[in-house]
Design a protein around this ligand. Structure first.
Ligand SMILES: C[C@H](N[C@H](C(=O)O)[C@@H]1CCCN1C(=O)[C@@H](N)CC(=O)O)C(=O)N1CCC[C@H]1C(=O)O
Ligand SMILES: [Zn+2]
Length: 578
């Protein structure tokens, strides 16, 4: 089914794109009307329709196979259990505090999801590059970067990262200390990188699930809506209704009837589906859908808002001509839902919708809240930045299959300051393949851009709503003015270069980390003071350190391979200590 649809769409875009190419190739500057020129330039890009039908079919089959592998992969645990990612491994990585159980889950997933697609990915990249070259790009990475209309997107994002790196390293040092307190010196080096499997997430991309280990001031009123959601008997539908109500409170659009009829918001029992949450525009101005295997917790409530943000954008620009039905740049599309979620997450708002039963507003409670936000937003920044830094080099040929794994590990160490819990095999392992967006071929720098600009959008909407005081306390719920400000930008779609869309909502036409840094200022000051007081080493200078579980130098079985739970190891250490 997918292949036939793809081929039909490819035929359509081939017919019109070929006509546009014949008429305008190399002459688009002669088109005086800016919007017409913009549309033609978009239509002329044929993508995989440039390929022969045989190669298109091969491309689609490789894409389908890689996605299918990801959606059916299971970690085989030492006791024989076979665990799928959703919901089992996701829940284990979030809740287990057992070093070895986490290691087994991590190792099992990366082997099951990454290794089988390594060769397919190499072939897929070659076909993708062939299509991009036929569109006049050097490789697919250059095509993807072209959506940002920047002369040097790599330089622009590098500068954003340089601005933000100090915030990340202070958080990294603080969290490493807290993990040291839990797992001890056998497992954590206070001057080294953090083992990747201890951060509550299969990719260590967001650390909110280990907030309980790092909470600055225990005993204050909680900031996590999960208990409230369970107490109130929330289900997936309720989560989507709560999100829709937040959007409409701003004067934004309701979901359509088709949305409620055709979305899939829970994991079906009878068939394998791609559980990774996604939002879809069917380009008929009525049919918009979300597919999500929703779990009732705060993490998924945030994801619901993320996906609903895509749907709102689809609806707001539905009147635009097809080539303009996209984000001003892809980062804008990723930022819509998250911007609203910054408001929804505030303790004040969660109290208002009965998901918290009490809120404290003293400095310590505020630091707790900012820490929980930082564990998702600041932790994410190096991850959001490095995925396409890895992939751009794969597309431009600097990284070949022999180096897929080693360059990935190098970037994970350099930017995230994390290391795998077990040694990697550079021939067999393909860890990038175990992250959805690689087999799904979805670009990733958009999320890094989003995590910067969503604070600009949030600050602009807060200003519009008349918010006074600390930025992070702002809840623009029910503000029609804030909603109108956002909608005016959303309705532009990709009809204008993104700086004009940025100007429309923020009042300046530049991406800037200033709003993010203002939002987190109280926390970054606090973290710095804590790290100084603890004599922390900020950064990971001992970057050759590796966790227990790497094969020991003489190649003997790794220390931990023989054990399957930390309790066994504790016995061993106790004996060892005698
Ligand atoms: C959970 C979220 N799923 C994506 C998203 O919603 O962006 C899905 C899968 C890939 C693209 N996609 C879409 O829905 C697109 N069709 C939207 C569009 O039309 O552009 C996701 O992957 N996220 C959210 C935070 C960081 C990242 C992650 O989890 O790593
Ligand atoms: Zn998204």
């Amino acid at each position: 089914m997918m292949n036939e649809e793809n081929l039909r769409y490819a035929e359509f875009s081939l017919e019109y794109g070929t006509q546009a190419k014949a008429l305008f190739e190399g002459k688009t500057t002669e088109i005086t009307d800016a919007e017409a020129r913009r549309q033609i330039e978009s239509i002329m890009i044929l993508g995989t329709a440039n390929l022969t039908p045989e190669k298109q079919t091969r491309y689609n089959n490789l894409a389908g196979w890689m996605q299918a592998n990801y959606s059916t992969a299971m970690a085989v645990m030492p006791d024989g259990r076979e665990l799928p990612l959703d919901p089992d491994l996701t829940a284990l990585m979030a809740t287990s505090r057992d070093y070895l159980e986490l290691k087994n889950a991590w190792k099992g997933w990366y082997e099951a999801a990454g290794r089988p697609i390594k060769d397919s990915y190499e072939e897929f990249v070659a076909l993708s590059n062939e299509a991009s070259k036929a569109d006049g790009f050097n490789d697919t990475g250059e095509y993807w970067r072209s959506w940002y209309e920047e002369v040097d997107l790599e330089g622009v994002t590098e500068q954003l990262w340089i601005d933000l790196k100090p915030l990340y390293e202070e958080l990294h040092a603080f969290v490493r200390r807290k993990l040291y307190d839990v797992y001890g010196p056998n497992y954590i080096n206070l001057k080294g990188p953090i083992p990747a499997h201890l951060l509550g997430n299969m990719w260590a991309q967001q650390w909110g699930n280990v907030y309980d280990l790092v909470e600055p001031y225990p005993g204050k009123a909680g900031v996590d809506a999960t208990p409230g959601m369970l107490d109130q008997g929330y289900d997936a539908l309720k989560m989507f209704e709560v999100s829709e109500e937040f959007f409409t409170s701003l004067g934004l659009l309701n979901m359509t009837q088709e949305f409620w009829n055709f979305s899939m918001i829970t994991k079906p029992a009878d068939r394998d589906v791609v559980c990774h949450a996604s939002a879809w525009d069917f380009y008929n101005q009525k049919d918009f859908r979300i597919k999500m295997c929703t779990v009732v917790n705060m993490e998924d409530l945030i994801t619901v808002h993320h996906e609903m943000g895509h749907i709102q954008y689809f609806q707001q620009y539905a009147h635009q001509p097809i080539p303009f039905r996209g984000g001003a740049n892809p980062g804008f599309h990723e930022a819509v839902g998250d911007t609203l979620a910054l408001s929804v997450s505030t303790p004040k708002h969660l109290l208002e919708i009965n998901l918290l039963d009490s809120v404290e507003t003293d400095t310590e409670a505020d630091i707790n809240y900012l820490m929980s936000q930082a564990m998702d937003k600041i932790a994410f920044l190096p991850f959001g930045y490095m995925i396409d830094k890895w992939r751009w080099r794969v597309f431009d040929g600097a990284t070949d299959k022999a180096n897929y794994q080693s360059t990935w590990d190098d970037l994970r160490l350099q930017y995230q300051g994390i290391v795998p819990p077990v040694e990697r095999d550079n021939t067999l392992d393909f860890d990038p393949g175990a992250k959805f967006h690689i087999p799904a071929n979805t670009p990733y720098i958009r999320y890094f851009v989003s995590f910067v600009i969503q604070f600009q959008f949030y600050e602009a909407m807060c200003l519009e709503a008349g918010h006074q005081g600390e930025l992070y306390k702002c809840d623009f719920y029910n503000s029609k003015e804030a909603g109108a400000k956002l909608a005016a930008m959303l309705q532009m779609g990709s009809s204008k270069p993104w700086p004009e869309a940025m100007q429309a909502i923020v009042g300046s036409n530049k991406m800037s980390t200033a709003s993010l840094r203002r939002y987190f200022q109280p926390l970054t000051d606090w973290l710095h003071a804590q790290n100084v007081a603890n004599g922390e080493t900020v950064g990971w200078p001992e970057d050759t350190w590796r966790p227990m579980g790497f094969a020991s130098p003489d190649g003997a079985p790794a220390f931990l391979e023989q054990y399957n739970s930390t309790s066994e190891v504790k016995l061993f250490e106790a004996v060892d200590a005698e």
